[in-house]
Design a protein around this ligand. Structure first.
Ligand SMILES: C[S@@+](CC[C@H](N)C(=O)[O-])C[C@H]1O[C@@H](n2cnc3c(N)ncnc32)[C@H](O)[C@@H]1O
Length: 220
């Protein structure tokens, strides 16, 4: 169990035989990558909008950075699609939950190969992208959208998550760092009708029923 983490009032981290959980307000939140298994079946994975948006041509061993990792579910889709993924998560509590989810996933036969391609770095994604020294084929961004908080979370897991998460205060810096680092493309997840990240018009978009993936191509 990580020590000396500052938690919002009424929340605590507990560890039991199922791993680390954030507990409070009568709710519980764990990182759980196993719930993604149905989406990882090859026929389903191919249809995932993120996987379609993330496709890069000609990279034998493609690399990606998920600069806003959260609980790692989108990064898992990228890892299952063959990317070696570096995940940045700046919130220490969310990073601890994700580290624990990855630890358990590496022990799960169905997830281990994917989880071994996921490398968590606790820290700020903007700084990480600016200093990583290599160019990932893809950078993926999914910062919290302020409207999501206003509308109120629809499920209990999200309600706890949102007590930790801060709305993105650095959309411009995030997109600029991503475009500066990516070799092929930057993919940004947005709510279906949400505005473009930092007001920047993407090169293309793929829309589903509730989310949209905007793709930006770095110049030069
Ligand atoms: C909407 S969640 C991402 C959910 C994630 N795509 C998933 O599949 O679980 C956004 C996350 O990005 C993190 N975040 C936001 N800005 C960040 C930054 N500059 N660097 C690192 N993490 C950041 C937040 O703490 C939060 O955990």
């Amino acid at each position: 169990m990580p020590s000396a983490l500052t938690l919002p009032e009424g929340l605590e981290l507990r560890e039991d035989e199922r791993g680390l959980a954030l507990v409070g307000d009568g709710m519980e939140l764990r990182g759980d990558l196993s719930r993604m298994l149905p989406r990882l079946r090859p026929a389903n994975l191919r249809r995932e909008l993120l996987v379609r948006a993330a496709r890069v041509r000609g990279a034998a061993a493609p690399t990606a950075v998920d600069a806003t990792a959260g609980l790692g579910e989108d990064a898992l889709l990228l890892a299952a699609a063959g990317f070696e993924v570096t995940l940045f998560e700046r919130d220490a509590v969310i990073a601890a939950l994700l580290a624990d989810a990855l630890r358990r996933a590496r022990l799960d036969e169905a997830l281990a190969a994917h989880a071994r391609r996921m490398h968590l770095v606790e820290g700020d994604g903007v700084a990480g992208l600016r200093t990583m020294g290599t160019s990932p084929d893809l950078v993926f961004l999914d910062p919290m959208f302020p409207e999501r908080r206003k509308r109120g979370a629809t499920n209990k897991k999200l309600q706890l998550f949102q007590r930790l998460e801060r709305p993105c205060d650095s959309e411009g810096a995030l997109l600029e760092a991503a475009l500066g680092a990516a070799r092929h493309k930057v993919v940004v997840k947005r709510p279906l009708k949400g505005p473009h990240l930092a007001g920047a018009k993407p090169s293309s978009s793929l829309s589903g029923k509730v989310v949209r993936y905007d793709t930006y191509v770095p110049v030069g």
